[in-house]
Design a protein around this ligand. Sequence first.
Ligand code: PSV
Ligand code: MN
Ligand code: MN
Length: 426
Amino acid sequence: MQINKEEIRSGNENLREAHKAGFDFLANTLSGQGVDVNAIVQRLADFQVAIPSWALGAGGTRFGRFSYYGEPSSLEQKIQDVGVLHALTQTAGAISLHIPWDVPEDYKAIKEVAALNDIVFDAVNSNTFQDQKDAVHSYKYGSLSNVDKAVRDQAIAHNIEVVEIGKKLGSKSLTVWLADGSNFPGQSNFQTALRHTEDSLKQIYGVLPEDWKMFIEYKPYEPYFYSTVIQDWGTSFMLANACGEKAFTLVDLGHHLPNTNIEQIVSTLMMKGKLGGFHFNDSKYGDDDSTVGSVKPYALFLIFNELVYGMKNNPQNPYPAWMIDASHNVKDPLEDLIQSLEAIQEAYAKALLVDQDRLKAAQLENDVVQCQEILQNAYRTDVRPLLQRARLERDGALNPIQAYRSMGIRQKLVDERGRHSVASGL
Ligand code: PSV
Ligand code: MN
Ligand code: MN
C-alpha cells in the first residue's frame, strides 16, 4: 500500500480556494497582533509525532476485542499504515515498536520499507507485562521488581535485547513501562520492590549507547489495583536521577488520577531537565487511551502552553520525544489517529499564539483576569488554517480525513490484506 502523492494533490484542488480565504483572513489578523505567522507554520511542519505499532489495529477491553477490517498483520504492513498517515498529515514521520511483537525478520528489508514511506524508528518498547513464548520464568508476580533474582535477570536481559534490536534499526531510545505492582495490602514490600526496580533499571541503563535515552513511564494503577511500583512522576523522576543523565521521565496523559494538574508536572520536569517523552491520548476516567483532544481539549492546550514555555526557556531539557498512545475500539484506527494528530497540532498552534511576554507582565502585576484573557484568547482562535498550510506546503492533504475516505484507503487495505486480518499486539 503506497499513497499516490498526485491523488492527494488533486484532492486538494477543490479545497484550495476556501483554504486560501481562511488562511489569509487569519494571517492578517494574527500579523496585526504582531504574530510571526510563517514561523508558526514552520514549527507546525517540523513537529513530528511517532505512531506506536500497537495503535494500528483495533484495541480491546478485558471483555472482548472487535477487530477492524484490513488490520496490519506484519511489521511491514504496520510501517505502511504509518506511511499512509504521514503522507496525508505530514506529521507522523516515525513509528515506535514493541518487542517482541515487532521483531524484524529481515532488518534490511524493514529499513527499506521505512525509508520508502519516509518513516524513522522512534523509541523501542520492552514488554515484561506478558509471559513470552518459551520463557523460563513468569512475570505473574512482577518483572524488574520481582523478589526472585532469576526473574529480574530475565526481564533485564529482555530489555537489553530490545536495545540491541533498536540499535539495528536506528532507534535512539528505550521506553520502559512496568506493570509491576500488587493487588492486595501486604502482598508486596514497597521498599524491596522499589529497590529491586532501581537496581534492574541501572543494569539496563548500563548498556545504553552514549547517544541513547531511557524513558521511564509511570502509572498509578492497572493492571494491579492496590499498588504500582512506578506509580507517579516523582517515583519515575527519582529512578531517572538514580540511573543518570540519559534517563528521563515519560508522561503519558492517561496515567494520572482524575483532576491531576498535568501541566504543572510537565513544567516541573522541564525545569529539572527530566522530561524525556510524551504519550498523547485523552480520557474521562483513567487510562482510557481515547482520541487526543476528544474529552479535555483545554487541558491539552494548557499542557502545550507549558511545553512551549519549557522548550524556549529550559535548555537543560532535551527536545521531548512525542508519541500517540491510544487505542481504538469503535473507530477505524487510522481515522482515529488522524484526528489525534490534528488535535495535537491544534493545541500546539494555540500554545504558540500565547504572548509569553504579555503573560509574564500580567503575572508580575498580579493581573489575574488579564492572565486568563491571554490564555483564552489564544485558545479561542481557530488555528486550523495554519495546520492546513503546514500540510499543504509539504504535499499533505488539506483535509486528511476527507482524503482518506475519498481515496478509499480502508477498502484498498481490505483488498490487499483480507477482511479478517488481525493485528499483533495489545
Ligand atoms: C499500558 O498502560 C500502556 O498503555 C502504557 O501506556 C505503555 O506505554 C503502553 O501500554 C505500551 O506498553
Ligand atoms: Mn504509554
Ligand atoms: Mn497506558
